[in-house]
Write a protein that binds this ligand. Structure first.
Ligand code: M6R
Length: 363
């Protein structure tokens, strides 16, 4: 399958997206971002518009943008954006994320934003496509062509590009010190190797996926940046395995979704690093206990060395230790493999799932 090939290409894609984006001193040099520094210094709000998997990249980017720049950031489905009459002005930076650069909903959203005077920066994988052509600036992801309908390497490189944009904003606005930026860029540089290590340990994940081929439902839970990862895991499973799959913020469990838990229901839980906000980690561990006590079969994605989850994990998927904000770059990968293998076990056409097109050029 192209999808398997593209999953395997992720270490290189991530490394390529970082290539040439710093100068000798480690400062970011995003030459393609032709929006002048003085305009970026005046930005009062960032609005991210995107669809599907690219939208999930935007949800994760919000955490980094707000944390590193202290600029408020909204993330909106491109298909909803212009219909609610969003508040935009010349101080708004709209970031349009799209692999294909041809998604009509995203294109219409950015056209609307530009009509209102906002500046638009595209994050795109396809050179010369319509979305970058119609934007004020573009940061290309260098994932290489993505053929499989289910987006994988494009997603990881969109995340890298979003982190670069967030750091660049921090650099020009002076909210991040040069040494802090260098440290994050160094961490990003080690992600390719971390993804490689994840890929080397996927056999138990494939085995688990095959064992769940007869199930009807899989739920995904996450907190903080793990929440959009849960949404992405669920989307992959829907589009490839044609199963009922839903992602929830783990904190929402007791507000409704916990009623869905029944005996032997597979629930994938993306656990934040215990070295980050430990309160989040503790809370998700108690979420795992709650669902397990109600019969769920827990599939826990947790970083190496996180022993607190071990007693409550029916299946444990280890990912390398990363800084908290970068965890989605490694935690998403097992969920891609899981969906691909489960779809294969169900006899589905992985690269061309039913009813879906690679690029959605109608609204
Ligand atoms: O080309 P785009 O990134 O604009 O596409 C957006 C979505 O259509 C796309 O991510 C879709 O959700 C994928 N099939 C998900 O795997």
């Amino acid at each position: 399958y192209f999808m398997l090939k593209e999953i395997a290409e992720q270490p290189k894609a991530v490394a390529d997206t970082l290539l040439g984006r710093t100068d000798g001193s480690g400062s970011l040099t995003l030459d393609e971002v032709r929006i002048p520094a003085n305009v970026l210094r005046e930005v009062g709000k960032v609005v991210i518009v995107a669809c599907g998997t690219a939208f999930h990249a935007g949800l994760i980017a919000k955490y980094a943008i707000e944390h590193w720049t202290r600029v408020p950031c909204e993330v909106e489905l491109a298909s909803e954006f212009r219909y609610r009459d969003p508040i935009l002005d010349q101080q708004t930076l709209v970031v349009a994320i799209s692999q294909s650069g041809e998604t009509m909903d995203t294109l219409m959203a950015l056209r609307h934003a530009r009509e209102q005077g906002a500046k638009v920066l595209a994050i795109c994988n396809t050179n010369g496509s319509t979305i970058p052509r119609e934007s004020d600036a573009v940061l290309y992801t260098h994932a290489g062509p993505e053929v499989a309908v289910a987006s994988t390497k494009a997603f990881l490189t969109q995340l890298v590009a979003c982190y670069l944009v967030a750091l660049y904003l921090g650099q020009v606005r002076g909210t991040k010190y040069a040494d802090e930026i260098r440290a994050v860029v160094r961490d990003l540089g080690s992600i390719a190797g971390a993804v490689e290590r994840v890929l080397e340990t996927m056999e138990p994940v494939r085995e688990l996926a095959r064992s769940l081929a007869e199930k009807n439902t899989v739920l995904f839970l996450g907190r903080h940046v793990g929440y959009p990862v849960a949404l992405e895991g669920a989307l992959k499973l829907k589009e490839l395995a044609y199963m009922h799959a839903e992602g929830f913020a783990a904190g929402e469990l007791k507000h409704g979704p916990i009623a869905l838990i029944e005996e032997d229901l597979p629930v994938v839980v993306v656990v934040p690093s215990p070295r980050g906000r430990s309160v989040l980690h503790d809370k998700i561990v108690s979420n795992i206990q709650e669902i397990r006590a109600r019969g769920a079969r827990t599939i826990v994605v947790a970083e190496e060395g996180d022993d607190a989850v071990v007693p409550y994990a029916d299946h444990l998927i280890r990912v390398p230790v990363t800084p908290t904000l970068l965890q989605p770059l490694v935690a998403t990968v097992p969920l891609q493999v899981f969906a691909c293998e489960l779809a294969t076990a169900r006899g589905n056409e992985v690269d061309q799932p039913r009813n879906l097109a690679k690029s959605v050029t109608v609204e």
